[in-house]
Design a protein. Structure first.
Length: 245
């Protein structure tokens, strides 16, 4: 009898103005502040996390940079880190990888400069992840402030380019604790053979279990943010559910 591989729980650290924050439905004016990002990274590592999802929101919105803090996290934890936010050219991508990022997520760049993104996939392989944030059926870019094209043609393009992994976020769910968009995730898994990391809406351990049931369909991991910061459950509790056979 075959056994599904475990679901990977990936705690999120979104950084704005030097602080760890969570946004509500991607709205920059609706933020909750949770303190020092590096301390938060240590805490997630201590409680069992094997991956971190680190986003420089100021870079994503084009309002500044938290590069030093991102690099401090990369240099001071012994677990794998994927980074996102403002990585839109070769120097910024190479710098992220050189400072220890295991994966780099291309969001806006994937939509606004797909040819370059395809070149990076060809050059760096699995180190490149395409992040697709969905807003009212369209892919959102520039920190979720503008919308790009439809997801079907984007998936088709990057599937052909050899993309091995996508992060899929339903912005309407993000930061709400209202549960993931399982319908969207199901549609995405049917449209690609790449692995999927689900993001947005996780609020309970039951939500983790629901995503866990999709591993065989191609969902590899789940990004968890506000639920951890608000104490809905711990990293270790989430991992126990995610790895349950």
């Amino acid at each position: 009898m075959s056994v599904n591989p475990p679901l990977i729980v990936i705690p999120a650290i979104d950084i704005k103005n030097g602080k760890a924050v969570r946004l509500h439905q991607g709205k920059i004016e609706q933020e909750s502040i949770y303190g020092d990002p590096v301390e938060q990274a240590y805490d997630f590592e201590r409680t069992g996390a094997r991956w971190l999802h680190v986003v420089d929101l100021d870079a994503a919105f084009g309002t500044g940079s938290n590069r030093d803090i991102v690099e401090a996290i990369l240099q001071n934890v012994d677990i794998s880190v994927e980074v996102s936010g403002g990585i839109r050219d070769t120097p910024s991508l190479e710098r992220a990888l050189a400072t220890g990022a295991h994966r780099v997520i291309l969001g806006t760049a994937a939509i606004e400069n797909p040819e370059w993104s395809e070149e990076m996939i060809d050059r760096f392989g699995e180190k490149i992840v395409i992040g697709l944030d969905l807003k009212e059926g369209k892919v959102a870019v520039r920190g979720w402030t503008k919308t790009g094209g439809g997801i079907d043609e984007i998936l088709l393009r990057f599937n052909k380019a050899g993309c091995s992994r996508y992060v899929i976020t339903d912005i309407s769910k993000d930061g709400t604790l209202a549960g993931p968009n399982l319908k969207l995730l199901t549609e995405i898994t049917k449209a690609t053979d790449a692995r999927i990391i689900a993001s947005g809406g996780i609020g309970t351990l039951e939500d983790i279990a629901a995503i866990r049931s999709m591993v065989q369909a191609g969902v590899e991991g789940v990004i968890v943010g506000k639920a951890l910061y608000e104490g809905a459950f711990t990293v270790s509790e989430a991992i126990e559910v995610a790895e349950r056979i």
